[in-house]
Write a protein that binds this ligand. Structure first.
Ligand code: NAD
Ligand code: UDP
Length: 316
């Protein structure tokens, strides 16, 4: 049994990760400040004696004895990370420094949840790990993109300078149950709009692309990365190479929900990447990992979740 700290443990991905690690027989500590996470995401785990919950902000130092740290704390949806951009940078950068300092002191292995956003609006397609990216350092997305890029720098430097055992994964757009219904990301937005019979808001002309990964595939990739030998640090892309336009996604959601919603076109946010698709050659060879859940299957599971959630008529 390992003791594992998950920062951002009450968020969408973090809550699934806590559950999976507990099911695999580990002791798990969730650390979260509940900025975008919710206690209801982890309330079903509260009876488990091997699960512990701590309210804490990663921008402040923290001490605990654990074997592994998964550093997920950071708002991930553009509307949330742009709400307080200075705080977003602090969370990525000071959070990384605090967690790396902890890992160094207690000799824990530490994994950083980095992002495909480090590639910005990419000029190389599909994106390989050796591509340096095309990021606007002063744009609306830069608090997130540059914060995550500095976090990768810090991870790399703590590894080379202090021998901290690091892993960096670059996560591509991930969706699934427990996304916040109002968090503004495209999959949750479209599903909630379709289920409520509201207009489906496609930004721009909808010909920008994304590659959507179901959360279970991400968890497999994350845990496999953490269990690699110390010589493998990444960064490694973890995403589903299936590439779809936003308009194709909207149509799928309408078809699968049987909704009468109409597609409407709204302004494209600034610096919105035009295309995104992971090259997963490295993950296949180093981790023996590739995603197995097709977009149609994952969307059906996610629609089922939101249908039930909205039916419960709770306030979010
Ligand atoms: P999320 O917003 O649901 O989860 C983030 C969690 O971090 C929340 O529980 C939030 O309350 C917590 N948090 C935020 N700031 C904090 C702080 N200062 N101190 C402590 N806790 C804090 O987002 P998610 O989709 O679950 O993403 C999890 C991680 O994966 C993030 O680091 C994100 O950047 C990364 N990621 C996610 C995706 C995706 O598509 N979901 C893609 C790329 C990278
Ligand atoms: N998007 C959209 N309508 C929405 C929400 C998002 O057309 O209601 C678009 C957005 O402009 C982007 C894509 O969907 O091109 C993915 O957006 P999301 O915020 O989910 O993730 P990210 O842009 O960070 O990849």
């Amino acid at each position: 049994m390992k003791r594992i700290l998950v920062t951002g443990g009450a968020g969408f991905v973090g809550s699934h990760l806590c559950e999976r690690l507990l099911n695999e027989g580990n002791e798990v500590i969730s650390l979260d400040n509940y900025f975008t996470g919710q206690k209801r995401n982890i309330e079903h785990l509260m009876d488990n004696h091997y699960f512990e919950v701590i309210r804490h902000d990663v921008t402040m130092p923290f001490f605990i004895e654990v074997d592994e740290i998964y550093n997920l704390a950071c708002p991930a949806s553009p509307i949330h990370y742009q709400y307080n951009p200075i705080k977003t940078v602090k969370t990525s950068v000071m959070g990384a420094i605090n967690m790396l300092g902890l890992a160094k002191r207690i000799k824990a292995k530490i994994l950083q949840a980095s992002t495909s956003e480090v590639y910005g609006d990419p000029k190389v397609h599909p994106q390989t790990e050796d591509y340096w990216g095309h990021v606007n350092p002063i744009g609306t997305r830069s608090c997130y993109d540059e914060g995550k890029r500095v976090a990768e720098t810090l991870f790399t430097n703590y590894h080379t300078q202090n021998n901290v055992r690091i892993k960096i994964i670059r996560i591509f757009n991930t969706y699934g149950p427990r996304m916040h219904p109002n968090d503004g990301r495209v999959v949750s937005n479209f599903i909630v709009q379709a289920l409520k019979g509201e207009n489906i808001t496609v930004y721009g002309e909808g010909n920008q692309t994304r590659s959507f990964q179901y959360v279970d595939d991400l968890l497999n990739g994350m845990i496999k990365t953490m269990t690699t030998g110390d010589d493998f640090t990444g960064p490694v892309n973890i995403g589903n190479p299936g590439e779809f336009t936003i308009l194709e996604l909207a149509q799928k959601v309408i078809d699968f929900t049987g909704s009468k919603s109409k597609i409407v076109f709204e302004d494209l946010p600034s610096d919105d990447p035009m295309q995104r698709k992971p090259d997963i050659t490295l993950a296949k060879s180093k981790l023996n990992w590739e995603p197995v859940i097709k977009l149609d299957t994952g969307l059906m599971k996610t629609i089922e979740y939101f249908d039930k959630l909205l039916g419960e008529d709770k306030q979010y």
